[in-house]
Design a protein around this ligand. Structure first.
Ligand SMILES: [Mg+2]
Length: 148
């Protein structure tokens, strides 16, 4: 199965960093436009280990993320982040697209159900943070049960 995984607030602590940056520097209206913002994001609890687990279940993992398009550094920094946490090979599977509905695959794991055309995704949307999938552990359990 092909599984697409969102980055911001699915793998990385985007909102937490956004709010901390805004608090530290209130006059900067768009903290995500700062050089280094995306490389400095910390992973969410269990996210890295969960992706590794999905790989062991023989799923093909892609990283499908919408860019902060006004910040050109964002494109490079997302690539660097993937290399830091998943290795160079994983960068081959990084897809940066604002319209996630155009990308095909079996699953999309995302903290948002809309906003970047997630609602048009052809496969099944796994809504991280929802009642059904409150955490990464629930996502891994869902895929583990499918392969039994
Ligand atoms: Mg997100």
């Amino acid at each position: 199965m092909i599984i697409h995984i969102d980055m911001d607030d699915t793998l990385c602590r985007y909102t937490e960093k956004y709010q901390a940056d805004l608090k530290a520097n209130p006059q900067r209206k768009f903290p995500q436009s700062r050089v280094g913002f995306f490389t400095e994001l910390e992973p969410l609890d269990g996210a890295i280990e969960s992706v590794e687990k999905l790989k062991t279940l023989n799923h093909e993992i892609y990283f499908l993320t919408a860019p902060s398009y006004k910040n050109p550094h964002c494109y490079m920094e997302k690539r660097l982040w993937i290399e830091k946490y998943f290795g160079l090979e994983a960068c081959k599977n990084l897809i940066i697209a604002r319209n996630k509905g155009l990308v095909t695959g079996d699953y999309l794991i995302d903290d948002m159900t809309e906003g970047r055309m997630q609602e048009n995704f052809s496969g099944e949307l796994i809504h991280l943070g929802s009642e059904r999938f409150p955490s990464w552990a629930d996502v891994v359990e869902y895929f583990s049960q499918q392969t039994l």
